[in-house]
Write a protein that binds this ligand. Structure first.
Ligand SMILES: [Zn+2]
Length: 385
């Protein structure tokens, strides 16, 4: 058994509530891939190997709890059109569905690998990946089987949008999703999700999908209240889901329900940035005591960034979260949104998934937007960049 000592850490964020904030002049010991000790560098125990991080800041690896990486093609032209006046609508998803169905397994796997490596270089150490651009039994199941190769956090999103061949029979499509498609996908998925929005699925359809998934042992999460007010957040709270994502248009009752049930509200500010839309009211959520996560929503349509540091900068600049709140939401919050307590923090016992920043403090993540501050990434105590 070998141990690794990270020392000369200028600022160490562990998210230990008893620590009262980041530790200065700190050290961290990794044993068996997990955090075994944290504290002042001068008190650090001996270890087999030692790594001097040169006074830099260390933060937990980012937990990106919402991404759509199983796709082919891109929609750069649609983005350009949107930036010159065409509004975003859920229907653009169909463009990616056609490209994804036409792609080979190898092409889908290569695109997934490219994007997860891109995320990792930017400090993401846990990522959730959804299906939802196949929308046939075969294409949804193969997407999840491929995604399962790179992450345990796979989500069945057959209920992303009604595909063109079911345009006249959306009920028939829900029957497919809750029947044969779920049957084929459940072995490769941990989560079930639905896009509860005008133009996608209504509350009754989303409820049917979530209940069917839960009956197969999957845990529910939901896309809701992104493009306008709607019933999705209330449905997520009623069903006691782990997380409900987007939450851009919320009523006071929605905020109350989130605070009462403890369902995590995942905010995806890259979407509002990329679609030039109003941001969610993060302050109202935080001030009401709602658990908040930040995630990328990386997808080829509404938000093609894979950068959690960008999401942190947007959360601080555009949603008035404090830098500490934004970092916590991008790490601990993401872990809560995935029902995980082994990642998103660096308390003793956590996975040694961490980021060495080329900066003296995590504050620089928001203070220096667009600058590549991730110097090194460790997963289970091993360098991966
Ligand atoms: Zn999404």
């Amino acid at each position: 058994m070998t141990t690794l000592l990270l020392t000369n850490i200028g600022e160490l964020t562990t998210h230990d509530p008893d620590a009262g904030g980041p530790l200065r002049d700190a050290a961290l010991v990794v044993e068996r891939g997990a955090v075994a000790w944290t504290g002042p560098a001068r008190q650090a125990p001996a270890a087999d190997t030692s790594y001097d991080v040169g006074g830099r800041a260390v933060v937990p690896g980012f937990v990106d709890s919402h991404s759509h990486l199983m796709f082919a093609g891109d929609r750069a032209e649609e983005f350009a059109a949107r930036m010159t006046g065409t509004p975003y609508s859920a229907g653009g998803i169909r463009t990616t569905v056609a490209a994804t169905r036409a792609a080979t397994d190898e092409q889908l796997a290569a695109n997934l690998t490219r994007l997860t490596e891109e995320m990792r270089r930017q400090g993401t150490t846990t990522v959730e990946v959804k299906s939802g651009y196949g929308l046939t039994v075969r294409d949804e199941a193969r997407a999840l089987a491929i995604a399962r190769q790179v992450t345990a956090e796979t989500t069945f999103l057959g209920a992303h949008v009604v595909p063109p061949e079911y345009a006249d029979d959306p009920g028939g499509y829900v029957d497919l999703v809750t029947g044969p498609m779920l049957e084929a996908c459940a072995p490769y998925a941990r989560w079930v999700d639905a896009f509860c929005e005008t133009g996608a699925f209504d509350a009754d359809q989303a409820r049917a999908v979530l209940r069917a998934g839960e009956a197969k042992g999957l845990r529910g999460r939901l896309h809701a209240n992104q493009l306008g007010p709607g019933p999705g957040v209330q449905l997520a709270c009623e069903l006691g889901l782990t997380a409900v994502d987007h939450c851009t248009y919320l009523s006071a009752e929605d905020v109350d329900a989130l605070a009462t049930t403890g369902t995590t509200a995942t905010l995806l500010p890259g979407v509002e940035f990329s679609t030039r839309s109003p941001y969610p009211d993060a302050r109202a959520l935080l001030d009401a005591g709602v658990q908040v996560a930040l995630a990328s929503d990386c997808n080829p349509g509404s938000c093609y960034t894979s950068s959690m540091p960008l999401c942190i900068a947007l959360a601080v600049r555009e949603m008035r979260m404090s830098p500490a709140e934004a970092l916590a939401a991008a790490t601990l919050g993401g872990a809560r949104a995935l029902g995980r307590d082994d990642v998103g923090h660096l308390r003793v016992g956590a996975a040694a998934d961490l980021v060495v920043l080329d900066a003296p403090s995590y504050l620089h993540l928001a203070y220096r937007p667009g600058v590549p501050l991730v110097r090194e990434v460790l997963v289970a105590g091993r360098p991966v960049t």
